[in-house]
Design a protein around this ligand. Sequence first.
Ligand code: ADP
Ligand code: ZN
Ligand code: ZN
Length: 726
Amino acid sequence: MELHVPRTARIALNRPLRRLFDYLVPDHLSLQRGQRVVVPFGRQSATGLVAETDVTPPEGITLKPVISACEQWPALPAETFRLLSWASDYYQHPLGECLFTALPPALRRGRPAAEKHVVYWQACGDPALLPGNATKQRELLAWLQRHPGSVSAKQIIQAGFTQAQIKSLHGKELIREAPQPDPTGIPEEVRNRIPELSPAQLDAAGQLPTPENGFSASLLFGITGSGKTELYLYYLKRYLGNNDQALVLVPEINLTPQTVARFQHYFGSRIVVWHSALNDAERLSTWLKIRNGEPVILIGTRSAVLLPFTGLKTIVVDEEHDSSYKQGEGFRYSGRDTAVYRAHLNNCPVILGSATPSMESYHNALTGKYALVKLQERAGRARPPHIKLLDIRSRPLEGGLSRPALQAIEKRIQAGEQALVFVNRRGFAPVMMCFDCGHMVECPRCDTRLTYHRRDRAMRCHHCDFQTAATEHCPKCNSDAFKPVGQGTERTEDILSAQFPDTPVVRVDRDSTQRKGSIQSILETVNSGRPCILVGTQMLAKGHDFPNVTLVVVVNADGGLFSVDFRAPEQLIQTLLQVSGRAGRGEKAGEVLIQTCHSDHPLLRSLAEGHYLPVADQILAERETGQLPPYRAMAIFRAEAETMEKSLQLLDAIKPQVITSKVETWGPLPALIARRADRHRAQLVLLCSNRKYLNRHLARVCETLDQGKQPAGLKWMIDVDPQETG
Ligand code: ADP
Ligand code: ZN
Ligand code: ZN
């Protein structure tokens, strides 16, 4: 008797479960790893991804058969699958959810992996051949002739014609199907040019290993305005083959139409984008191009690094220090670190660019793991700005601004130039306080104070969605000595408008950009080059090129100097240098005034020298003394519950499982903002000098924790290489 061995498959589902599910494979199906399938799950069916085939299922379980395969090919090719399995292991996140992040939303929901076919038409015949009574058809033909290139059927119908008219003209061979027009409209001869680099840029480019050398990781340390973007363009133009794919990762806020246009200028329709504002159809279309191996250059934000490329030959991570590369919830991966691993898998180069490299990357460069390539001159005729610390300890301030700062702004405006004022808080003031009873208005759901937003007469929590109407009297004692304390962007905007009534003041923060649409339209005045004052938050620090801004004023630099978060000084220095880098990018020299109460602080003093690396060396030395990252690997167990006691209890129970001779722990302690949206948060920090050991150890601990049942309402999660540690 012949024994029939049933075929089986292990399937990953898009569920937050650290386990996979086994199914029978019916005879008519042949499955491979990474393929999308439909399987029965509970009383319903679910879309799954094949993780393994021919597995030995646990004993005593009756397997159900896979219902169908969504397509005959793996949605996730082998290399993408390996990348995501690595990320799942490294970040201790369930494989199913990791794999599904590489699919566009439509495919996660089980929709077909195909686009609607769009037909484009072009006129190709003589209208004289049409019968005299075919008025509408003649009109359509004439209309198409006025639109050289090709036009989609949808556009034709929107212009008032019908499908029947298109069909008749096609039948008479007066129009024909045509290729999709190049949406960039950039002529071939322009696209074939190679950017002209300065000698300093050429020298840097020459030091970057090329794709033929296989895997390499380089840290391109180029000061602000040194022309890093231009260098990426040059590199891709020179070394990327016509059939190759490339990935350029950028922080969300840097993916502006200008950036895309700069790339399109040299690569036309080869440029595709990936970011949070795309709709489902656009995502699917881009995903298919990448999966099908079209030779695209993808400019995308964090999650672009997980897409199913099949011919990736170069990766660029721009502004590699940016904290938005680390996902803050769920699958907490670092886009930058995943990019380095992916370059390794693909045996191709990765270039990490920044004017203010992260301590991790800088340390890797110092230890020889990454090549360090420096670009220390500004491009064109721009010179580095002059940075000055302005001690404000005993100076009277108006809306947070000192006399010398206001005078400096005035001078620039009179000279027909622009000034940028950096405030690290949006809203009018960080807190409302009663000067009679001392009451400060707090969020009822979080351990934070409410920010006063005068434009909307509201007090808002910046940590949850709570908001309430602003009052004129103290809610506690009814005194009218109830006043805003501290600086927000709205308040600075008001002060500057009052001081400079004839000069436009442009505010850029999350509130103003949400209301008025894109940051681009807000920045029109600035881009026109006319004298104006820009007021804004971090949003202004990143990637903008304002040639006529010659002065940057930092209202208060002191926030990050004494924080409990060990990354705070690094982030402060990076922000200050990035925002300083907005000054003097054109021909006129730039000046930066940093207001501070700690002008003798060693970090600020070396920053005032204008060079990042000595400051970075100082920060690294402190990290080494404290044996903090990058000198040891860090992970954090976080817990959330309806009381702090429960959160701490859970972490107390975890602690004995994680401590070994090689793993040090801190805590458990309440988080910096202990209560957020009525959840009480605590954390247990783990430090270990052996990253591989910590990884394996964490996997074991997570497995044990998964087996135990946690009481309802209690949640734990793990954050490997945490960005926020407060
Ligand atoms: P970064 O990315 O380092 O901030 P960019 O590539 O945006 O710098 O360049 C800063 C400015 O200098 C841009 O306006 C850019 O057009 C200009 N630029 C860059 N390279 C050159 C060059 N080789 N010659 C002239 N201008 C350049
Ligand atoms: Zn009061
Ligand atoms: Zn709140």
